[in-house]
Design a protein around this ligand. Structure first.
Ligand code: ATP
Ligand code: MG
Length: 658
């Protein structure tokens, strides 16, 4: 199906029916358009008002917006002072101490903990005092390497309380990746746990920290604070390691929040590394917090009695903005999920939604595709009627997965919000608003407030205004939550985002805009394939493949070709229990010809057991690209791969028979 043929889904009537659902914060397309227009024409007024409405300032700001892309000196809410932990905890704890802030669903379905705002305030304050007692001062970076437990949120907010930027490292990373990140940010304190639990297995978190810190440069670390999650005995380094519970018991449960300038760093976070060496993206306090809160309010349309659930890991930006900062700034109830979508069986998400009466559910296309692949029977008998909004993030979502999510999970009664953004953007920048914007499967639709996207011609850098042309996606004016720099490397920040197209923020993604002004993000610019002068989006070819009943996931990359410039190589994994019958490759090739056209015919189709994925579940196409082009000896940084052993299998598959 081409873009023009994909039907538009109106806002589900149920969401606009006051007897069934709370009135959406934005409830018509006209209202959205008026708000968006104001947000880009008069950002000072629009965001100045929002910043006063949604955030509490200990000192009011005097300038809303400052700086430019040309000068790389973006700043928002200058002169203003606030504290993120105060905004996320104190002010709600004062008003509503018994409201549940965090619902923790542990690895086993019967392990549920509920933490109120009152309890959260005491824990965050204690931990803040513990950090102070370990010598952490305002401006010192703290590394956090923790599983998905409430203490991870306590650790994050304790850092922000005393003005110590945190660097959360996903607790699935190897010792080496952890060491690189700890060294890069010169952390002297690391917060971790004895072990993690995930999918019924123990993960040796503390041992990985020991390995990371043991050698050479990471010796700078003076304290490791260890939370006891499983109780399994762990090696101990005297004078360096302390138990979380021992320190907490000694600490006072009151700690005044440190007033921070709006432009003081809040955290740094490394990108997932799909395209190269991860970058330490730095976010500041005021603009970031406003972006997180505003998007949760308008895109997830959070209301006071909602139970909001984001399935990302806190080690990714999605976890930062949409488990911790956004929902807590608004005083909402946020779900923290320790397990996996398939443990103890593939009904786990549905069980979670039914049990906690979840109203907003946010996950990634990779999880949706995996569950679709396992079959619809896992949804049978679950009551999912509490749901209003279903979110997707991380990759373009192919229409087959979108439709499945909409029909099987949402029962055609929920808004699907395909949210496009990046670690660097801080919060969602393109997405439907559930009560206002009609959706189309595979499109993130329209820009969020303050975001003015443009499609540029990749060679000339000129704006393309005609519909249905693919170009590079750029943003033409600063918005509050955008990253301010790459940690310790402002040149890399300028060279990656602001210098490629002067006057614009360059996303690195390709996109097109259809006749309705909807944006279709096609993936990385370097994933666009040029066959005999036709510019083909990998996402579209992949979608054609996933359309075939046997296919679970597909990744397409360009190989060098003497005749056509580039040619298409398709890597396909099949649904379980599907036999790769004689001639399936041929059939899949025909499928692409039929759906897109003969010029898109793949040169090779490889049936593989799984794709090379980052630990956040994204397919690393650059590895496939290198392999098909015979560059398997220079794969670059593969430390962020979930399963590095897959690389050898892929090389065998592609080159084995020569
Ligand atoms: P690195 O920058 O290190 O290569 P990464 O880009 O994968 O890693 P993230 O910041 O986590 O790290 O991911 C942002 C990217 O994910 C976007 O640039 C885009 O390519 C993709 N993406 C995220 N959400 C969507 C979406 N809804 N639709 C299409 N693409 C998306
Ligand atoms: Mg990126």
């Amino acid at each position: 199906m081409t873009v023009e043929q994909i039907p538009s889904h109106p806002v589900p009537q149920r969401l606009l029916d006051a007897s069934k659902c709370p009135k959406p914060h934005v409830s018509s397309i006209e209202q959205y358009k008026a708000m968006w227009q104001e947000s880009v024409d008069d950002p000072e007024k629009f965001f100045g008002n929002l910043a006063k409405e949604l955030l509490s300032w200990s000192k009011p700001f005097d300038t809303v917006k400052h700086g430019s892309f040309e000068n790389g000196d973006i700043a928002w809410f200058m002169g203003g002072e606030l504290n993120a932990s105060y905004n996320c905890v104190d002010r709600h704890a004062m008003k509503n101490p018994d409201k549940v802030a965090i619902i923790h669903e542990g690895d086993e379905p019967d392990q549920v903990r509920k933490i109120t705002y009152g309890e959260l305030l005491r824990d965050v304050s204690k931990m803040a005092n513990v950090l102070k007692s370990r010598g952490v001062r305002k401006g010192d970076n703290v590394a956090i390497y923790m599983p998905m437990i409430p203490e991870a949120i306590v650790a994050i907010l304790a850092c922000t309380r005393i003005g110590a930027p945190h660097s959360v490292v996903f607790a699935g990373f190897s010792a080496e990746s952890l060491r690189d990140r700890v060294v890069d940010c010169s952390a002297r304190v690391v917060i971790t746990s004895d072990e993690g639990r995930r999918g019924g297995k123990n993960i040796a978190t503390k041992r990985i920290v020991d390995d990371a810190l043991g050698k050479g440069q990471a010796n700078q670390v003076e304290s490791v604070i260890v939370f006891k999650r499983t109780g399994t005995p762990v090696p101990w380094v005297e004078d360096r390691d302390v138990w979380w519970h021992d320190e907490m018991a000694k600490a006072r449960s009151v700690c005044a929040p440190e007033p921070m300038n709006a432009e003081d760093p809040l955290f740094l976070l490394y990108t997932s590394g799909s395209t190269g060496t991860p970058k330490g993206i730095l976010h500041t306090t005021g603009g970031y917090l406003l972006g997180a809160a505003t998007t949760v309010k308008y895109i997830f349309d959070v209301h006071p009695n909602d139970v909001y659930a984001c399935m990302a890991d806190i080690g990714w930006v999605t976890g930062h903005s949409y488990i911790v900062y956004g929902p807590l700034t608004l005083g909402a109830t946020t779900v923290l999920f320790e397990s996996t979508p398939t443990y103890p069986n593939p009904s786990r998400f549905w069980d979670l939604i039914q049990k906690h009466k979840i109203t907003q559910f946010y996950t990634a296309p990779t999880a949706i595709r995996a569950l679709r692949r396992l079959g619809d029977q896992w949804l049978d008998g679950y009551d999912l009627s509490s749901l209003r909004i279903l979110g997707s993030v991380g990759e373009p979502i192919n229409p087959e997965a979108w439709n499945w999510y909409n029909e099987k999970v949402g029962k055609n009664q929920c808004a699907i919000v395909d949210t496009y953004w990046q670690t660097e953007t801080g919060s969602i920048i393109v997405s439907p608003l559930p009560g206002a914007i009609a959706t189309k499967a595979g499109s993130a639709t329209l820009p969020f407030f303050g975001v003015k996207p443009m499609i540029l011609d990749p060679t000339t850098g000129k704006e393309i205004t005609e519909p249905d042309v693919t170009g590079v996606l750029a943003i033409s004016q600063p918005w509050p939550s955008m990253a301010r720099t790459v940690y310790n490397n402002h040149t890399r920040f300028l060279d990656t985002y602001l210098n490629p197209y002067p006057g614009f923020y360059f996303t690195g993604d390709g996109a097109s805009r259809d006749a309705d002004g909807y944006l279709w993000v096609r993936g990385r610019v370097d994933d666009v394939i040029n066959v005999s002068g036709h510019r083909l989006s990998t996402a579209e070819i992949e979608s054609a493949l996933v359309n075939h009943e046997t296919v679970a996931e597909a990744a397409v990359v360009g190989g060098n070709d003497d005749l056509t410039g580039q040619c298409i190589h398709a890597f396909v994994s099949l649904k379980p229990h599907v036999e790769a019958g004689e001639g399936l490759e041929k059939e899949l090739t025909l499928q692409v010809r039929k759906i897109i056209g003969p010029f898109a015919t793949p040169k090779r189709v490889y049936l593989i057991s799984d794709h090379p994925k980052t630990r956040s579940g994204k397919i690393m196409r650059r590895i496939l690209r290198k392999i098909v082009n015979g560059e398997q000896d220079s794969l670059g940084d593969i430390s962020t791969l979930a399963d590095p052993s897959i690389v050898e299998q892929l090389i065998q598959k592609v080159h084995g028979d020569n």
